[in-house]
Design a protein around this ligand. Structure first.
Ligand code: TXE
Length: 499
């Protein structure tokens, strides 16, 4: 397999990176079976920065065999929790030692700013791996009291070989959310990163290797969704698949699981999260949070607060301040310290977002701000605010996944709860009010897996995250995520009953 070398010579990060660009199977970097490659594009310029190996379904078979071997010999029930904990802690330490390099790769590959990649993506990813290192030796079953002549207890056993398919919006973070709980509980992994952002995942394989995980425990297959992703979700010898991505592909994963071996699934899908601002909110704070809600990560967040509901009495004030705040966010090079927003991840995503903006115009909404490209090179879009929308518009119903928010006026609590819940999604929601009764009563009535009160986009390793309705199945993070990766066995023992 070839090597990717890159010299970062930017105002905020100077450094060199050099690593293998192959698939990582059974503890080795190898070419794909067909010896083909995938171009990796820098979204800030639209230029190819490197090529990485392309896996095919044959490589999935090879990796699955290696993973099963590891599960039966060195991992699974063969490595105790303390050993798994030590390896995960070592990995977290190595990530910390290479944090700047990982953040720079993330900025280069995804287009997010280096500052955010440092402060959020890498920091949180390290924290998550360390958090699950802490869980690895605390996976306990229960004892069930039946009668004095019987002993019944449960074991939380690893499921086996799990497939994990992740997206491009938080490449390293999504990798750690998936990898942490799966390895902590003793599973072996076949992971597929997004074809758009494979670099940090590949670099992580070197760190996983250095940490000393036994060969076959973790395998990485860089490849396309319709080939490798489909082969993983339909594989007869993969026991579980965990996926983060679009609702469209989530449906395909569930179908492939049903049609193959009925493998267990966890899905973390799209959203159209409501952000509700009542007239008794702290207006300046609500403006700042609302901007963070929709513009963070260039709007490429599944929990983005993309529908901003504002009560009629404060609507004009809010819109004026929100517009001013939006104007102050600098769009520019991810390695410029002043940049808040970099380019969208790919030409495909750029085009999708521009199509949504066009549909908003065609359906009669008002472009209050932005609505156009930023610059002439790369995939930059100006932060965009739509007003005068109606509930049926595509920009109000569908996930745009870009820096595009709709600001909607509402009259009273009942009105906004009805509108906020009028969506097929249910990932997250936010409420802004200084009245605790109103804030919490509203939070409880919103159909969403996370309800934020007087904040948005708060995520922690120990707090579960996942969706209601078509936003997903299962929960990531926290103790809850361990349940995704353990199978419960009841052991019933006879202590002297005579048959
Ligand atoms: O996602 P895909 P795309 C949403 C967001 C975005 C839209 C499209 O609205 O605009 O999805 O993005 C793999 N079998 N989200 O097309 O295709 C693919 O290779 C198995 C929300 O990039 O869902 C990648 O690794 N796997 C989201 C992963 O699925 C398949 C994050 C996600 O890509 C596959 C990303 C198949 N048939 C996009 N086809 C979130 N929830 O955060 C593709 N993949």
């Amino acid at each position: 397999a070839s090597v990717f070398t890159h010299e970062f010579n930017t105002p905020i990060y100077k450094g060199k990176t050099s690593f293998n660009t192959g698939l990582y199977i059974n503890g080795k970097f190898v070419e794909g079976s067909d010896k083909t490659t995938i171009d990796v594009v820098n979204p800030a310029t639209g230029k190819v920065v490197t090529k990485v190996a392309e896996a095919t379904s044959k490589d999935v078979d090879i990796a699955v065999a290696a993973a099963h071997k590891a599960f039966e010999t060195t991992w699974g029930l063969n490595m105790g929790g303390a050993g798994r904990s030590r390896l995960l802690a070592k990995l977290a330490q190595l990530m910390e030692e290479h944090q700047q390099e990982l953040a720079a790769l993330e900025a280069l590959d995804n287009g997010k700013t280096f500052t955010w990649a440092m402060d959020l993506d890498t920091t949180f990813a390290i924290d998550t791996i360390r958090y699950y290192a802490g869980w690895a030796d605390k996976i306990h079953g229960q004892v069930q009291e039946t009668d004095e002549k019987k002993l019944s207890y449960t074991r939380h056993e690893p499921i086996g070989v799990v497939g994990q398919i992740i997206p491009w919006n938080f490449p390293l973070l999504m990798m750690s959310w998936k990898l942490g709980p799966a390895l902590a509980t003793g599973n072996c992994i076949i992971m597929k990163p997004s074809e758009f952002t494979p670099l940090t995942a590949i670099r992580m394989c070197e760190l996983i290797h250095e940490a000393g995980f036994p060969p076959g425990t973790f395998n990485l297959l860089t490849g396309y969704g319709h080939t490798v992703g489909a082969a993983i979700s339909g594989h007869m010898k993969i026991d579980k698949v965990a996926f983060t991505g679009s609702t469209l592909v989530g449906r395909k994963i569930m179908e492939a699981a049903a049609k193959s071996n009925l493998k267990d699934i966890t899905l973390e899908l799209g959203g159209k999260s409501p952000n509700i601002i009542f007239d008794d909110a702290d207006l300046d704070q609500a403006v700042n949070w609302a901007a963070h809600g929709i513009y963070w990560n260039h709007g490429q967040a599944c929990c983005a607060g993309s529908r901003i509901f504002v009560q009629s009495g404060i609507y004009d004030d809010f819109l004026a301040k929100f517009t001013e705040k939006t104007r102050s966010l600098k769009v520019g090079d991810p390695f410029d310290v002043d940049s808040y927003q970099g380019p969208q991840v790919s030409k495909i995503q750029y085009d999708r977002i521009m199509d949504y903006i066009q549909s908003g115009k065609d359906q009669g909404a008002t472009v209050h701000l932005g609505g156009d490209r930023n610059g002439t090179e790369g995939f930059y879009i100006n932060p965009t605010i739509f007003t005068d929308t109606t509930p049926d518009m595509k920009i109000v119903q569908e996930e745009i996944f870009g820096p595009v928010g709709v600001v909607i006026k509402f009259e009273d609590d009942e009105d906004v709860i009805r509108q906020a819940n009028d969506t097929v999604f249910g990932l997250a929601a936010a409420v802004f009010s200084q009245n605790i009764n109103r804030a919490l009563n509203t939070a409880h009535r919103l159909k969403a897996g996370t309800a934020w009160v007087n904040c948005v986009n708060q995520l922690h390793s120990n707090v579960p995250f996942g969706g209601f309705k078509q936003s997903g199945i299962g929960r990531e993070l926290g103790e809850y995520a361990l349940h995704n990766y353990t199978a419960i066995k009841s052991v019933q023992v006879n202590l002297g009953h005579i048959m």
